[in-house]
Design a protein around this ligand. Structure first.
Ligand SMILES: C[S@@+](CC[C@H](N)C(=O)[O-])C[C@H]1O[C@@H](n2cnc3c(N)ncnc32)[C@H](O)[C@@H]1O
Length: 238
């Protein structure tokens, strides 16, 4: 396969021998075909960072199945250490690119797919490196069961608008959120002035987290500098 273009940082502060040992040990937490065939209410998170949010959701919901992937080894080290100390059988993690992982998921098997704070690539010339592209949305649609949920959460108005524009044009998704919210997003995405989240999102439900929400590490860092999330949700048609 042609190497995939970068969507995030890969360099690790770990020595090559430590990286190799971690990769080896991660094998025991990776999803197998058998596990995938037996999942219940499968939730997949693409780009889990340090994995604490998916671990918390798996702990809160032991009857459901959780699968997270991450390309950055240092993030995986954190959740890996936790899993070594406290096994969590309904959670699988892997050091894999989201675009590759989705191609191994049995079609129509996931109840929910999440992208939480994907790398924003703010400069226009780098937008093509953003993980969410029409091709990825197509893979997400394949993996989701009918009426399955896709959530993308971002603190970057321009990424929010990018997502809404893709969803509005995607044949496999219903995008129930209002045109007004999309318009507010676009205005913010194009604005030069600092973001006033309450003013732009206050009246719209894009500002409201779902009931199962656990704040992520990136979200907490962004909140400290006043960047609040946009919760974008759509349903797979069918
Ligand atoms: C801004 S961080 C957010 C991490 C986490 N979701 C959070 O909210 O704390 C984006 C993450 O996506 C990961 N990532 C980027 N491209 C990816 C890809 N193609 N496949 C899997 N993970 C990816 C990055 O390594 C990084 O950890």
């Amino acid at each position: 396969m042609k190497p995939l273009p970068t969507t995030g940082r890969l360099a690790s502060r770990m020595k090559p021998s430590e990286q190799a040992a971690l990769k080896q040990s991660l094998q025991s937490h990776a999803p197998t075909a058998n596990w995938l065939a037996q999942t219940n209410e499968l939730e997949i998170e693409l780009g889990i960072g340090n994995g604490m949010a998916i671990l918390n959701r798996a702990q809160n919901n032991p009857k459901a199945s959780f699968l997270g992937c991450e390309i950055y080894l240092n993030g995986l080290e954190v959740v890996h250490q936790q899993l070594q100390k406290h096994p969590q059988p309904n959670l699988k993690i892997c050091n894999q690119d989201a675009r590759e992982l989705l191609q191994t998921i049995p079609p129509a098997s996931a109840a929910r797919i999440l992208m939480l704070f994907p790398d924003p690539w703010p400069k226009s010339k780098h937008h093509k490196r953003r993980l969410l592209q029409p091709e990825l949305l197509q893979l997400i649609a394949q993996a989701l069961r009918p009426q399955g949920e896709f959530w993308l959460v971002t603190d970057w108005p321009d990424y929010a608008f990018h997502t809404i524009a893709l969803l509005q044009n995607a044949p496999h998704f219903a995008f129930p959120q209002t045109a007004l919210a999309a318009a507010a997003c676009k205005v913010k995405a194009n604005a030069q002035s600092p973001i006033n989240h309450q003013q732009t999102l206050g009246p719209h439900h894009l500002a409201t987290p779902p009931t199962w929400w656990i704040p992520t590490k990136y979200q907490q860092k962004a909140a400290k500098v006043g960047r609040l999330p946009w919760f974008i949700n759509s349903l797979k048609l069918g």
